[in-house]
Design a protein around this ligand. Structure first.
Ligand SMILES: [Mn+2]
Length: 357
């Protein structure tokens, strides 16, 4: 197929007499898409990966790219450090995701020229071991939308305005002239739905909604995707939620709320960290709260934090102070301290930010 035809169509439609900033930005973005599409055309062997504890956007964008490369008749292998959570087992192509333990076997007769990393703010977010093992012979392509993203690739498509990495991948596929098709639409819709909090967050832009409309026209059944991702809760998760909500505390001004999750609580309920997904939203919804925090005790002496901001407080900046990152309204970090000490430090830093406003 002719990858140039999509580009031609776009340049015809986007002609304006007085180029606007948006026009120039779009033009530059599309140029990058074509750099990536050229690599897709030029090379034969590809490896794909995404961030640790993959979520809907990580998996959706990764699997959509997988399917594009397969359609272009390429040899492609997907390696993720962490397994695909059960609620994403409905995703098309997900059976092709392999664990790191299979890298050596696959690489005995496969050597990727290009590594495409999706939805990861830094290369180490795919896991340090995989980051070393998957080094390609020619190019690393980094496709991401995190504000704190590091341009670690040889080609970096970092669009912080995009709702999700899936939104960027959607545009890349559109530029290619390939059909989106139902299977890719399911992948991309899952990513879009997840990263916009089911179209509740402020990144649910008109662009995001237009993309959703297009994907629905490709045959996505929105209630089915929602049910798979959110409405299939194992009983143990509700028990865990009950225990974790007992730990709720707020700052004296009521603007920060936090939950604590210890190893003991996880063990008691037979859960792991993946089952905490979404808990932070329960406390973010408290009327006085500006910032919601979940602190999780890790086995290695670190404490893992997930932060959500309701309005203007930039939690990406707060997490950045501790080497973490993310977006203005959703971010995370690790602090090498016991949970209570780490939490005190983080809530102090958050309070400082809140007091600035
Ligand atoms: Mn994302």
């Amino acid at each position: 197929m002719d990858l140039a035809s999509g580009f031609f169509a776009l340049s015809v439609y986007s002609i304006t007499i007085f180029p606007t900033i948006d026009y120039i930005r779009t033009k530059l973005m599309v140029q990058k898409y074509f750099e990536v599409l050229n690599l897709f055309g030029q090379y034969k062997h590809f490896a794909l990966s995404t961030h640790l504890n993959p979520d809907g956007d990580a998996l959706g964008s990764e699997l959509a790219i997988y399917s594009v490369l397969k359609e272009l008749d390429k040899r492609v292998h997907i390696f993720n450090s962490d397994p695909t959570p059960d609620n994403y087992h409905f995703l098309p192509f997900r059976q092709h995701i392999k664990p790191p333990s299979e890298v050596r076997k696959v690489y005995s007769n496969f050597s990727p020229e290009v590594l495409v990393v999706l939805d990861a703010g830094s290369l180490s977010r795919i896991g340090d071991k995989l980051a070393r093992q998957l080094q390609p012979t020619e190019f690393i392509v980094n496709i991401d939308h995190h504000q704190t993203s590091v341009p670690f690739g040889d080609i970096n498509i970092i669009e912080t305005q995009a709702s999700s990495t899936s939104e960027i991948v959607y545009r890349i596929i559109q530029s290619s002239g390939l059909e989106i098709g139902k299977e890719r639409a399911i992948c991309l819709y899952t990513g879009l739905m997840f990263d916009t909090g089911c179209f509740r967050y402020s990144n649910s832009t008109s662009t995001a909604h237009k993309m959703a409309a297009d994907l629905i026209e490709e045959g996505v059944s929105v209630d089915e995707v929602y049910r798979h991702v959110y409405d299939t809760v194992p009983k143990i998760r509700l028990h865990l939620l009950g225990d974790v909500l007992q730990t709720l505390e707020t700052s004296s001004d009521g603007k920060i709320a936090w939950l604590k999750v210890t190893q003991k609580t996880l063990r008691k309920n037979g859960c792991d960290f993946s089952q905490l997904e979404g808990f932070v939203n329960y406390i973010r919804s408290i009327d006085s709260v500006e910032v919601a925090i979940i602190a999780g005790e890790l086995e290695n002496g670190f404490t893992k934090f997930s932060l959500r901001s309701k309005n203007r407080v930039d939690v990406g900046r707060i997490c950045g102070l501790y080497g973490g990152g993310g977006h203005q309204k959703a971010a995370g970090c690790l602090i090498e301290k016991p949970i209570d000490e780490a939490l005190a430090q983080l809530t102090d830093a958050t309070q400082l930010q809140i007091d600035e406003y």
